[in-house]
Write a new protein. Sequence first.
Length: 686
Amino acid sequence: MDQQKQKPSKRLDLQGIRALAILVVLGFHFYPEFLPNGYLGVDQFFVLSGFLMCMLLKRAENQSACSLVTLFYSKRFKRILPLYLLIILISMICLYNFFPDTAIETNKESALHALLFVSNRPKTVAEDYFTMLSIAIDIFTHTWSLSVEIQFYFLVPFIFLLSTKLPGKQQYGYYGVIGLSLVYFYSVPGTVAFNSVFARIWQFMIGMVVYLLGTTKPTYPHYQVLSNLDDEEEDCKQLLSDEESQECCSKEKFSEILKFSQPVSYFALVILLAINVFPFTLPAGLVRPLVTMGTGFLMLLSEDNLVLSNRILTYIGDISFSLYLIHWPIYAYWKLTCNGSHVLLALALASSIVLAVITYETFEKWYLRLTSTSIGILVVALFFINVVVINKDDISDQVNSFGKDISSLDNVTDDMTLDDVERLNYRWSVNDNKNLFTSTCDYENKKSALGWCRHTGLPKSGKYRLATIGNSWTANHAKMFYQECSYKAKSIMQGSAFGCEPLYPSAQSKMCKANFTDFEQRIRKEKPDFAFIFTRYMSIGAPFPKNVSSFDQDPIYQTMKEQMLKFISNIKYKLYILDALPRINRGVINQLAKLFRNHTDPVAIDDMFVRPAEYEMARKRHAQLVKDCKGKCIMVDYVPEFYNTETGTFRYFDERGFSYWTTPSHLSPHGIEHVRHVWRDICEKL
């Protein structure tokens, strides 16, 4: 009895496995070049989670079905939701105050997905998990695994209840059949398999079967398995029927076998560690099932494993939930703001661990002692606050626009103050991606404003087939172009590619080469009457290569010319090309209100704002293009709209401080309104 009292309330070795899993996940996120297989730690989490679910369900096995389900959800949500919701809230507060504006809009949407546990929703190729890790703009990327787990919570009680209708040995076959979701995992596309709960069920099933194999009683009062049956062997044989006695004895034999298998547990641990920390990428299709099943096998054998049960590992296992939730937003901040500093990366990792310890010792331990009612109130409060914080900008916009007659894209009115300047400059940047969408366009890819779409709702009186192509500036101008030109159009095809110019494959990247070809093929197929290129220059501003001094020898220009000739051969009338403008220093935009409050000389702001390098070379190539265009190319020039002849500087803000640009380097809605008259004149003359 004394030994029973001293028995820990949870299996320390499992906490050790959990610790190793979180450590390799951290290594994969922070140092993927050294731990390219560390993502397998999440697969181990799923096995451990399946074990825990089965344990909770077995404890409530003698309850009614309704009570079993209620108790299960109560215990799991009490453990997960308070900390999860708190981390989302703190992440959003940090996002608004410390992250670049370009990250805000993406993360507001991601925060809502995380809040509703649908971060594992079907992904586009661009949203592939490993791509998102490399970009690190989404601070909630890592919540996909919690979404998978929570979604499985809604299945597992009913899976378990059905299993209880079967005799003991048949339950293993039942779980084995469900575990055939492994076939689904390998039969669907990679992004689906990675994120789908139905493709991950087999991993949870392994954890559940491990618990059942190691349990020696129908219900078990402690978080422990594989205990010795010696004390109760005779009672068991006397009280049970022959069939039940055979099952009891078989469990005894199984337990006895495992008792002498501790050396095997150390060997299994070494193999799993070797795979997880192997410095070269291993084929996921091979090592994922190996690690998943190997983890289950290790859990069967490792109860007395001294390595896994040591205090350091078990404590890391205790803080693993906090550490998993906290580390990724910190890493994302480093990725977006620290220019690859290795010192700051190590500091970010250390900060993640310190904050996880603080969170565990204060918040986690505190709320786990609360009553279920108190937990419920806390969860509801945190959820509501999260909804408000995530949508605070939209709420603010509604409040500020209430009762005002606003008809332009920029929402600027004559009575606005510097506070409005600060608010709108910020909002235009934050909403930049949202503003790329236009309600009139039927997008081929519904999830992205970039790519191809065709405008709808055109008047029947329109005469011309129009096509607009370019990089994201095409989508940036789309609403205004539609408003000014749609009455002349019987069709408008729109194509935009992120960071890719239609006249030259920017940076010679694989993506831009594909888009370069796509632009030509679409124009050839569409055969528009008029085409318009909306592009912020990328590579065409580069200087002549070494030993090149003329356009005849310039490979960039020759590529542009060849593409232009292909375009105009399929354009009936004219090709309009937006000429180059100097780039910007994006950080100045959110400082404009402050600079105006300090009465900073506008010319000094111009010098801070504008980056004139290379734009003149882009304009020279465009000018030569017009000469070689057989009279079918027309340059659209924004320089007169943004060049201040009195000061001799480009001015990218108005006299009140409203910016004509956004931090993602598009024209702001105010900038679009500033150039609207240019397109009104063009469209009137078509």
